[in-house]
Ligand binder design. Structure first.
Ligand SMILES: [Fe+2]
Length: 198
């Protein structure tokens, strides 16, 4: 686990931007735990896409996505508040939410899990557990705040059925903007059938 923790810190220097060191350590712990449940030893080794079946970045990995969303979320919050005054956004919590929003991806992208689920979807479901749902499990297991688990679980389609928190709303827009901007900038690879899917 120590090697995985070091790997996470190398991939995500934005962890150091969280002033609450206990919270920052739990962000690292969450990613290290999820990596340990997969074949991946680095976030850099995970395809840079929104899902296992959506268009990946031409020149980027999952690390670029997580770092980009964390910085975009912070930028949205800081630039908005510089004009409107405080919206009550918790900066540390926002960073933790953004850095952990896709923490379940090592499990969903795991080649062994993908193979197992696709071989017998009637037995397992396909996928058995999406990264969003698995992310909730990871966040709560390492003792991250409920608000971080909420963002992992509901930054995605699952969030359409509930009311997203303030920080999750920012992460949701940063996440979707990341893919929409890269698509329009022609920085995404088409799928095998030629379509760009985000
Ligand atoms: Fe994402």
């Amino acid at each position: 686990m120590d090697e995985l923790r070091a790997s996470v810190r190398r991939s995500l220097p934005e962890v150091e931007m969280i002033s609450d060191k206990d919270l920052a350590n739990k962000v690292v712990e969450a990613w290290a735990l999820c990596l340990s449940q997969s074949e991946f030893t680095s976030i850099d080794d995970i395809l840079g896409s929104g899902g296992p079946d959506t268009s990946p970045m031409r020149d980027g990995t999952q690390t670029h996505h997580i770092r980009g969303v964390a910085r975009m979320a912070l930028g949205l919050a800081e630039q908005l508040e510089s004009v409107t005054g405080s919206c009550g956004i918790d900066r540390d919590l926002l960073l933790a939410c953004a850095l952990c929003h896709d923490v379940g991806k090592p499990y969903e992208y795991s080649p062994a899990n993908q193979k197992r689920w696709s071989e017998s979807p009637g037995a397992s479901g396909f996928p058995a557990i999406r990264h969003s749902v698995y992310g909730v499990h990871i966040c709560l297991t390492v003792g991250l705040p409920e608000a971080v688990a909420h963002t992992a679980g509901a930054h995605s389609r699952e969030g359409n059925f509930i009311m997203r928190s303030l920080e999750n709303t920012i992460v949701y827009f940063a996440d979707h903007a990341f893919w929409a901007i890269l698509e329009r900038a022609e920085r995404l690879e088409p799928l095998a059938d030629g379509r760009i899917v985000t």
